[in-house]
Design a protein around this ligand. Structure first.
Ligand SMILES: Nc1ncnc2c1ncn2[C@@H]1O[C@H](COP(=O)(O)OP(=O)(O)OP(=O)(O)O)[C@@H](O)[C@H]1O
Length: 869
């Protein structure tokens, strides 16, 4: 029979009432010195945390499941629950149990979810922890990213593809959206994210604007440059709502909204970010470009470098500014060393100040903030002497916040404890009352000694001593020998085998003073520390600016160090469309080569000397993919403002880098690999321009040879024959039949990667050379991989047979005979003798342009179109 409410204990009734408000969270319910979980939460906690599941009586007739842990282990266990994908509500006692009769008031003080985490244990210091919100508008999608631990708040809007790329780049720990858009979200972005849905009404312009204006305390959002970005603003509003919903009312460190626009950055879609292994490697613990380039020394720098990597610039001036600064740092090696030294001594300024409004900053961290501000002071002095424009401008952003720096140094002890309630945080001379109490606490002990001496003399008990225990505090101890000398005024408290213990009114008076003073000291120190935090509050914004400037400085110093260490050179960014890399290397492979082995450098030119598309052939493992990717990586690094692994590089400003890798490298759950490949390729075709770099690696290999060749062929033709654009294209393939394209299209050029055959083996020379290669050397690779000799022999026989019967005759011949699309057009329309051409000419001749209305013009155009079709 169901248990009636009245039979449950008051504690469980209170738990139930709170749990009802947070049904989808694991509720950590503070009971005395423990956090307890009950019922289904206890089962989860016990499983995830490995703690014992027990039962607790609940009223007269039943038991509930229970699992708990000591309150001081909260950080550790909370971290584990959230990492395991749970939302956790921390429910604390809101009253001091000593002062309350009956059940204490309890309430949720914080809700922790993967995207809303401020605890150091939950955060990785070199990565942001973003909470994203997505809102699908009628034809535009808005998105916002907020990192509560650093205060960054970024919004953007655009196509779903753009939002997808942003999601891939920012990699939010949690994404929220409207409940009704759940299906839409899944269909568009898949199940890659930890998600949570909110009520529909939260996703409206009016509500979003209201909550944002209230938060920023402004009359409009114009100042943030986000005017008109309705869907993104809705997403931002939902983010703030979610923070309030999860009990995060103090968000003063979120000081601005930043927008990012597609046009400001070199665009790479998520496949490109993945294919180029910028942030993640395809193999476990493999190298990535990030790992190679990240020699930053501050957490802010490390986080910014990631951002620069996925959002390279697209304007010459700011790129050159970064390059100039890197060059400056290389030249001024001593200054760079000193600056790096100061950066190393700086704490995570962004995360330190973010803890101020949340009241999560501890005394030791406050001291760390002060020492970091001292570094700002030192860096400011150094930069003010430089003659580099960028650094001078950066210097203007620096502000050592002298008032709070001095306040902290004057008020906080040099090595304060982590916990304020341990005392010993505030210095002498800050507060008279505190000093007096401290005097009493220490002097009180001297008084006790004086009492001991005085009483000893008065009573003639030489061995009299004063001691302390928890039961009755300070007492006088008299051995049995002197028992009879004890005055009547003393009160006996305890009799031991060979001694007796007494208290006196005077002793109690001092005892009260001492313990009272110690309690008061802790309360006062806590209050003074709180006041100090309140005084820090107005400085959050300048400290955040320091953090941003230091992050930039850190990245540029890191680029300079990389350039020296890895022998990178300054690229020249031009406004043209050409790409000319001399002796380029792959930064990641190069770094992974065994000592003594040198990377074989190669030149690549595109859109130069009529060379728009390179068809690259060569044996397996010869280095085709490496060459393709290094071209993309060098282009990308140049747009980040980094020096590049080449002896020289002239790089036309690039708007997009696309890479597509043959399907079998790219397995993705469920869909046919060939289908995936085609989808990916289709998304390239529509948006490329002459400023784009297209890297195609073995496209078409996921299907039959004929299909593969035909698709690859037509893609190359399409890229070649685009009317207004000439995207720079590198196409690696095993289909040497594609070399025929060079003969039919003027801007297609064949190259191959050289090797030497020695007996039955290939020696990879890895040098790029003009002309196509005639064979793929798959069988050689199979031999190198250790396949049985008889199998290899048979494969050679089959190959010889096929080549004789097939490729060399029919396929090869047929390929030579493929008509180009231009030829077809000429035959059909632009042949001056064709009927269609004559008809079009007559029609145009009859038009009087001066009297034609726009609508008539459109009709004529439509008629002409019809004639062509
Ligand atoms: N220029 C180079 N210098 C030194 N080592 C290189 C160079 N290029 C490639 N390599 C090495 O050769 C390996 C194979 O290169 P890569 O994957 O580019 O070959 P591939 O021709 O694309 O092969 P496949 O056709 O089988 O995909 C790389 O992992 C790298 O270790």
């Amino acid at each position: 029979m169901a248990k009636s409410k009245s039979e449950e204990t008051p504690l469980m009734l209170q738990h139930k009432a709170i749990k009802d408000k947070y049904p989808d969270a694991v509720l950590l319910f503070r009971v005395g010195d423990f956090y307890e979980t009950f019922n289904e939460d206890a089962v989860i906690a016990s499983r995830v945390l490995g703690i014992v599941l027990t039962k607790r009586a609940n009223g007269s007739a039943s038991y509930v499941d229970l699992a708990g842990f000591p309150h001081h282990s909260l950080d550790t266990y909370l971290h584990k629950l959230v990492k395991a994908g749970h939302r956790v509500a921390v429910c604390d006692q809101l009253e001091d149990p000593k002062t309350v009769k009956g059940i204490v008031k309890r309430g949720v003080t914080e809700m922790v979810t993967p995207g809303v985490a401020v605890n150091d244990k939950l955060l990785e210091n070199t990565s942001n922890n973003f909470l994203a919100a997505v809102h699908f508008g009628a034809d535009i999608t808005g998105v916002s990213f907020l990192d509560i631990s650093t205060g960054e708040f970024i919004i953007a809007e655009g196509s779903t593809e753009y939002v997808d790329k942003l999601l891939q780049s920012f990699r939010p720990a949690e994404v929220v959206f409207a409940r009704q858009q759940q299906k839409h979200f899944k269909a568009t972005f898949g199940s890659r994210f930890y998600t949570y849905n909110l009520d529909e009404w939260i996703f409206t312009s009016t509500y979003a604007e209201e909550i944002l204006l209230k938060h920023f305390q402004t009359h409009s959002l114009k100042g943030f440059g986000v005017d008109g970005m309705d869907t993104a603003i809705i997403a931002a509003g939902a983010t703030l709502h979610y923070l309030k919903d999860t009990e995060h009312p103090n968000l003063q460190h979120i000081t601005r909204l930043q927008r990012i626009s597609q046009e400001d950055f070199l665009w790479m879609d998520r496949f490109t970010v993945r294919n180029l292994e910028l942030l993640n490697s395809s193999v476990e613990n493999g190298h990535t470009l990030l790992k190679v380039l990240d020699n930053t020394v501050t957490p802010m720098g490390a986080r910014l470098l990631k951002r620069w990597l996925v959002f390279p610039l697209r304007d010459i001036a700011p790129i050159n500014e970064r390059l100039d600064t890197v060059a400056f740092f290389i030249k001024e090696a001593e200054l760079s060393k000193t600056l790096t030294h100061h950066l190393k001594l700086t704490g995570d300024l962004e995360r330190l100040v973010s803890k101020i409004p949340l009241r999560k900053i501890n005394p030791r961290e406050v001291m760390q903030l002060a020492h970091s501000l001292e570094q700002v002071q030192a860096v400011q002095e150094l930069l003010s002497k430089s003659d580099n424009d960028y650094l001078l401008r950066l210097n203007e952003k620096l502000d050592p916040c002298a008032p709070i720096l001095n306040k902290i140094l004057n008020e906080v002890m040099e090595n304060p404890p982590v916990l304020v309630n341990k005392g010993g945080v505030i210095r002498e001379g800050v507060n008279a009352e505190l000093d007096e109490l401290r005097g009493i606490a220490t002097k009180g002990k001297d008084f006790l000694l004086q009492i001991q001496q005085k009483e000893s003399e008065a009573t003639g008990i030489p061995s009299l001593k004063i001691a302390f225990n928890n039961v009755f505090g300070y007492y006088l101890e008299v051995t049995n020998t002197h028992k009879n000398k004890v005055p009547d005024t003393w009160i006996r408290k305890q009799t031991l085998a060979n001694a007796e213990r007494y208290i006196t009114p005077e002793l109690k008076e001092y005892e009260e003073k001492i313990t009272g003073a110690e309690d008061k000291i802790l309360t006062l120190e806590t209050r003074l520390f709180d006041e100090l935090l309140a005084a820090l509050q107005p400085f959050i914004e300048p400290v955040q600016r320091n953090a941003q400037a230091f992050a930039q400085l850190d990245c540029l110093l890191c680029f300079a160090q990389n350039a020296v260490q890895y022998k990178y050179r300054r690229p020249v960014i031009t406004d043209g469309y050409q790409l000319d890399i001399r002796e380029g290397r792959h930064p990641v492979i190069e770094k992974g080569l065994p000592a003594g082995e040198a990377y074989v450098a190669n030149d690549i030119q595109l859109n130069k000397d009529n060379q728009q598309i390179i068809i690259l052939t060569g044996p397996n493992m010869s280095g085709k993919s490496a060459l393709l990717r290094q071209t993309a990586l060098i282009t990308l690094m140049a747009h980040m403002g980094s020096f590049v692994p080449a002896t020289s590089a002239e790089i036309g400003l690039t708007d997009k880098i696309f890479t597509r890798v043959g399907a079998s490298d790219n397995l993705s759950g469920g869909e046919s690999t060939f289908m995936v490949e085609m989808n990916e390729t289709a998304s390239i075709i529509n948006t490329i321009t002459s400023r784009s770099l297209v890297i195609l690696d073995e496209i078409g290999r996921g299907t039959s040879t004929y299909d593969g060749i035909s698709i690859a062929w037509s893609i190359v033709e399409y890229l070649h024959d685009m009317t207004t654009h000439r995207p720079k294209t590198l196409f690696a393939t095993h289909y040497h039949e594609l070399n025929e394209l060079e003969n039919k299209h003027e801007r297609v050029k064949n190259f191959h990667i050289t090797n030497m055959e020695s007996g039955n083996k290939i020696i990879f020379l890895r040098k790029l050379a003009p002309g196509g290669s005639r064979h793929s050397f798959g069988i050689h690779v199979a031999r190198m991989a250790g396949m049985p000799p008889e199998l290899i022999e048979r494969a050679n026989e089959v190959l010889a047979n096929l080549e004789e019967k097939h490729i060399d005759t029919s396929l090869q011949k047929n390929i030579k005979n493929i008509a180009t699309p231009t030829q077809k057009l000429q035959l059909n329309i632009f042949d001056a003798h064709s009927d269609t051409f004559q008809q079009i000419r007559d029609k145009l001749g009859a038009v009087d342009i001066n009297r034609l209305t726009p609508v008539e013009a459109l009709l004529k155009l439509s008629e002409i179109k019809e004639m062509i079709n």
